[in-house]
Design a protein around this ligand. Sequence first.
Ligand code: CO
Length: 460
Amino acid sequence: MKVQFTETVLRDANQSLMATRMPFKDFEPVLETLNKAGYYSIECWGGATFDSCLRYLDEDPWERLRKIKEKCPDTRLQMLLRGQNLLGYKHYPDDVVRMFVKNSVKNGIDVIRIFDALNDTRNIKVAVEETIKNGAVASGAISYTTSPVHTLEKYVEIVREMKEMGCTTICIKDMAGVMTPVEAKDLVGAIKDALPDMPVILHTHCTTGMAYMTILKAVEAGCDIIDTATSCFSGGTSQPATETLHDALTGLGYDTGLDRTVLKAVNDHFKPLRDSYLSSGLLKPKALVTDTDALTYKVPGGMLSNMMANLEDMHALDKMEEALIEIPRVREDMGYPPLVTPLSQMVGNQAVTNVLVGERYKNISKEIKAYIKGEYGKAPGEINEELKKKVLGDSSPITCRFADTLEPGFEKGKAEIGDKAKSDEDVLSYIAFPQQAESFFDKREEKSKNTVKYSIKRID
Ligand code: CO
């Protein structure tokens, strides 16, 4: 029996525990060690890493990727991609998606995990196609949630569609850490029954304390790959610990392919860093503890704290309980979208508005209107008819893929940023995060001028 590991310390653990603020120089010395551990892959890019590099760390995300690849030539490098939304929350035209995927692979990515917040597979199709075309592994990810329309049959149908597109692995992505052991057993079992040869990956978070048990049940049901983080960056809102699961599963007779001595060396490198981030406040102790609110209220932890902050701003914290009761009603009216960004915020805000105004849907946010018009993709279930009528009037919703309504964008972005972009990669940074990228380019230019001045002075 075999079970493989994806190490998340450079991406999801870093993102979940400390808002992706780990600079390259902090983990550079351990990259050659990471390369020797025997992981299935190292998740190191995508999600917030890109934005954080440009916005806070003054790093070129593409250069970071190339440098990681240089030191980790033997281990697959993995990234997370939001399908047609790339790294953000809006839909990009196909040419931009293709360029982004092509350059990600060119700069060192081997595995692209691709998901859509609504599990509308039309929104991952172009990214999957382009990943395969460039010789990388396309992993189709399901945004996991529970609702009356998210049945095992429905999930298996999504997996079949992903397989049809060419995905060679499937990831169950439990972003809120709410999947229970029995749900994992049932879902992994159902996928394995329907498609025995399809490798299944489980991605979860320790947030509610379920993760270790959920992973064990998933592995017993045939899960092939699990996502974990080196122990000093595990737990809380991060993934469960690599070493712990290695030891537990090895004891049960599974072959992990990992080198335990190397795992310890990896953890030894990160431990003092963890301590320094804790004392600087970059890593908050609160992120490391178990919080079962997500199980109680059936909404992700991040969404709860967002709502609480919003209500506090409006001096209406006393409405929290009412808003929590309103959430499942709004979600049902919207056809049960998974509560993942940006839908979690959209549903949360609408629930708060409904409660504060005292009349349901008297005010409807422009994001919810766009969702009902079909601009985010197809809702998993039926949208409430009355609500639809209210938003659409006599017009009909978009039934095609939203990206089909968009004009090509790469050349337009290239013209817009002009000389400041020195490569196609720069143009893509600009298209993904225009302001952050432009100010990064300006700083880069300034720095190179200073270097020139400095060297001239020295010659004098
Ligand atoms: Co995650």
